[in-house]
Design a protein around this ligand. Structure first.
Ligand code: PFF
Length: 522
């Protein structure tokens, strides 16, 4: 007997679109994108970026929405169950699905800490804690002191950062505790419009910066946009630029990791996925290519010029946003208010993404272990709280970068490859095409039948292949890790392996229990 219990659901179509767009629009749009674009050939970066959007991002968006809705029909909201429903004869495929819980969990444990900095800085802006600092070094010291990387005149311990981490953690747990409709959907419907308003105000502020230093007439807003958009075509010859662009598309759209599978599993059978998926992706692209590109880079350019900005962009993802941006705003009137708008925008973008990262693990406990939501969220809260600690305390040892590599880069591509191959080659393209179009309010352009079947998987295999050839050995051997950090990175990897194995065992137990209770697995 197949048993499908009642699951949570979205309150409205707008609700799920907002939630998926909320997951997609995140720190990736405002911190990662401008830094990657500026560091990888400016406007030329946008060529592989848009190619990846059309050949990888949008197809995967449709694949995940469709697979999620399909799995939800069998009571499965996470990849182990969904993969099993797709290929019932294969006993092992459910274990590949573990990546769809593991990946989001890994991103969650470092993303949350970074998100908590944005909440802290919103508060600091309003209380004027950093608004008197007028040079890069002071603001850099302020950030390092706050992060607990050094003791200085601004902070003498990681205590303040920890309080904001706790607050952010509790806020996230609180939202997921109220479930899909009562928590996540409500949050996103409120946060997303607010985020767009804040973004617009900041763009207008940046556009009207003019030429603050009259001795340097070339340092103006238009030239700032030129810096980001003028193409350096030689960058296109570098495989790394292509990988970075494809990686950015995955990360920014939240595809290839299992999150959208879970969100879409709360749809009803006849709900449209084609137009909704496209709308969510388009909303994210507006937030990234227009908003993400129009705030930090032009603002920093006007004050620091083309040479310094490049070195700032290359010196780390966080420097542009947490050092340069507050510095620029400090030089302007109403710095407290604009500082707040900037950091609170980041916080809203962050929280609507982090709750989506938590949901697969919660859904897994609910769906496969029959645990009710409140207990599932409590278990998730305790476990993820413990897992967050190394990211908080060993940031300076490269732990966050390591987690970002595995959770936020490597497994994204692996998982995307598995789900694409399963969908088009195992489930079958004809059936897949029908499934995508159930309840659809627009049809997918015919060319996509070919793209999804051949180009998307081929592109994914090429990316994976290039990775293995170029980067596998140095990464495994920790070639770029300093001697002092090696033990930390090694322990992080062991920890990740432990989490992965635990999840594999949980999947095995879940399936065995259902078998014992005579529930036929679909
Ligand atoms: N898309 C988010 C961002 O751009 O910050 C990050 C993210 C959220 C990645 C959810 C992956 C994910 F599943």
């Amino acid at each position: 007997m197949a048993e499908v219990k009642r699951r949570d659901s979205w309150g409205s179509r707008l609700g799920i679109i907002m939630a998926v767009a909320g997951s997609a629009i995140g720190l990736g749009n405002f911190l990662r994108f401008p830094a990657k674009a500026a560091a990888n050939g400016g406007g030329a970066f946008m060529i592989p970026y848009f190619i990846s959007l059309f050949l990888l991002g949008i197809p995967l968006m449709w694949i995940e929405w469709t697979l999620g809705r399909y799995g939800g029909g069998f009571g499965h909201g996470t990849a182990p169950g969904i993969f099993h429903s797709l290929w019932q004869k294969n006993r092992f495929i459910k274990y590949f699905g573990v990546i769809g819980i593991f990946g989001p969990l890994v991103i969650f444990i470092y993303y949350l800490f970074i998100e908590s900095w944005t909440l802290a800085y919103s508060f600091f802006a309003l209380t004027g804690k950093y608004t008197a600092l007028m040079d890069q070094n002071s603001l850099r010291g302020f950030l390092a002191g706050f992060q607990g990387l050094e003791r200085n005149q601004y902070f003498n311990s990681i205590g303040t950062a920890y309080i904001f981490f706790l607050l952010t953690f509790l806020l996230n747990i609180w939202v997921i505790y109220y479930g899909i409709k009562g928590g996540i959907e409500k949050l996103c419907k409120l946060a997303l419009p607010l985020l767009f308003i804040f973004g617009l105000v900041l763009i207008i502020r940046v556009m009207t910066l003019g030429t603050p230093d009259l001795n340097k007439p070339d340092w103006n807003v238009l030239a700032g946009f030129g810096f980001l958009w003028n193409p350096d075509f030689s960058a296109l010859k570098s495989a790394k630029v292509w990988l970075e662009a494809a990686g950015q598309i995955f990360f920014t759209l939240s595809v290839g990791i299992g999150v959208i599978l879970t969100y879409a599993s709360y749809l009803k059978k006849a709900d449209d996925v084609v137009l909704s998926g496209l709308t969510a992706a388009a909303t994210n692209e507006v937030a990234e290519v227009i908003f993400g590109a129009s705030i930090v880079i032009p603002a920093a350019f006007v004050f620091f010029g083309p040479v310094d900005i490049k070195s700032i962009a290359q010196s780390g993802v966080f420097n542009l946003s947490f050092v340069t941006m507050p510095l620029v705003l400090n030089k302007l009137p109403l710095s407290a208010i604009f500082g707040f708008l900037w950091f609170f925008l980041l916080f809203l973008a962050g929280i609507t993404s982090s709750v989506s990262l938590a949901q697969p693990a919660v859904a897994f406990l609910e769906d496969e272990f029959n645990i009710n939501r409140k207990r599932a969220v409590t278990i998730f809260g305790i476990v993820s709280f413990i897992l967050c600690q190394p990211a908080v305390f060993f940031l300076g040892r490269g732990v966050v970068n390591e987690l970002d590599f595995w959770g936020g880069t490597f497994f994204l591509v692996v998982f995307a490859t598995i789900e694409t191959v399963l969908f088009v080659w195992v489930f079958g393209m004809e059936q897949a095409w029908d499934e995508i179009h159930k309840g659809a309010q627009m049809s997918v352009p015919k060319a996509y039948k070919f793209i999804i079947k051949y180009i998307t998987p081929l592109f994914l295999f090429i990316i994976l292949g290039m990775w293995f050839i170029q980067e596998w050995l140095p990464i495994i051997m920790m070639k770029n890790v300093s001697g002092a950090d090696k033990p930390f990175i090694f322990c992080t990897r062991l920890g990740l392996l432990f989490i992965f194995i635990t999840l594999v065992v949980l999947v095995k137990i879940a399936w065995q229990r259902k078998k014992l209770r005579g529930i036929k697995q679909i």
